[in-house]
Ligand binder design. Sequence first.
Ligand code: NAI
Ligand code: MG
Length: 479
Amino acid sequence: MSFEYAPAPESRAVVSIKPKYGHFIGGKFVAGSKHFPTINPATEEVLSQVALAGKAEVDAAVKAARKAYTATWSKMSGKERGKYLYRIARIMQERAREFAVLETLDNGKPIRESRDTDIPLAAAHFFYHAGWADKLEYAGLGTSPKPLGVAGQIIPWNFPLLMLAWKVAPALAAGNTVVLKPAESTPLTALLFAEVCQQAELPAGVVNILTGDGSTGALIVNHPGIDKIAFTGSTEVGKIIARAVAPTKKSVTLELGGKAANIVFDDAPIDETVEGIVNGIFFNQGHVCCAGSRLLLQENVAEEVLHKLKSRMEKIRVGDPMDKNTDVGAINSKEQLGKIIELAAAGDAEGAERWSPACELPGKGFWFAPTIFTGVTQAHRIAREEIFGPVLSVLTFRTPQEAIEKANNTPFGLSAGIWSEKGSRTLWASQQLRAGVIWANTFNKFDPTSPFGGYKESGWGREGGRHGLSAYLKGVSHE
Ligand code: NAI
Ligand code: MG
């Protein structure tokens, strides 16, 4: 028996979006010169006009950050810095609903995910790092660890507030000040975070937020007044940044793309595995660098897994991100939708078989039905390139060794999943896999205490945990 869900829309009354925003520099909002729109990708409604920072604004923000670093933040005791971080974390919790609604409107992700994952995890990062601020000398990173100075931080659109938290919390805990640039399609929660910094009475200039596009990002990367660059985004831009900072003294961490293998051995508990596969690739519309986008099935269970996966996918609810029952929301931008359509078409052209459940997509906005491709070989583009959308490529293997070879046959190495009932097999496989994060019998689990980062073209350095802290301190090995 099936039954219809009644609409369960979250109210947007809790947020108040200004028609126009400036930059947050030296503790104040300052008017921008040029502006560009940010839209709701589920409806194409223009939400606001945000400012595009150029050279003058980047100079002003770096200057404010340097002043705050020298005069205030680097002189303050860890205990005092920790108090500000706790205060920020608590305000984020108090305003969690506001953040969740704003994130969903600006990004297109389901309210269930922004409410239950993005915002609580963002607050957790501030709580966790608040705890480290006065204990840095006990972190095993030297007896008197010192901050790097001013950090330039550039973040993507897939987890806007969460990526801000991954960057800002460890930087501040370690005693650095920051100039952060959110992605052009999702700037609004970073601007709300600027209000939280004011509300927490964070000393002026410790956090500066500039909105803008890649040109603003490049100005930050190349600014001589910056000591460290932290970037999350495409491998392509990551390589540009690596080249730009190579001849300088800047430290750098890069969190780039992925093409994770999710490996299902024939002794895996099938029903739980199917849930994990769905979560691995359809969470956040597949806009996840560590998404389980390559499913590797052991041949003798492939048919059963695919059958159960398809019946599970029939029940996925795609549509209004503000509806509390929605599982898959809107694709973040027209450009990203174009990329997904292009790569899926390459899957068709190269001979893979496409399948999607019956689902009605809204007429306005950017949408892509959850899709799986079977009959995928390692040579196919959809097995090699990051699609960054709700598209799963299914491959098969006969022996565990073959699974490992296929899993590692990628320029990336961010994450992997292993499904098996045998602990010995899981441990063996996890030692063979060249991936920074490996989940066993689960997927997409995140925690501030756990380091996250990749091998090969997936990036440099780690974020989270003690390892992440080390990337904001002087003279500490970053790998
Ligand atoms: P992108 O790498 O261009 O954008 C990420 C951030 O970098 C944004 O804030 C952007 O303004 C900034 N940026 C762009 N060019 C820059 C430059 N030259 N110097 C400094 N900063 C710069 O990613 P985009 O175009 O939004 O997405 C393209 C593809 O990248 C996606 O299809 C996906 O495959 C991948 N991607 C991966 C992410 C991850 O979490 N690993 C996040 C976002 C995208
Ligand atoms: Mg937007």
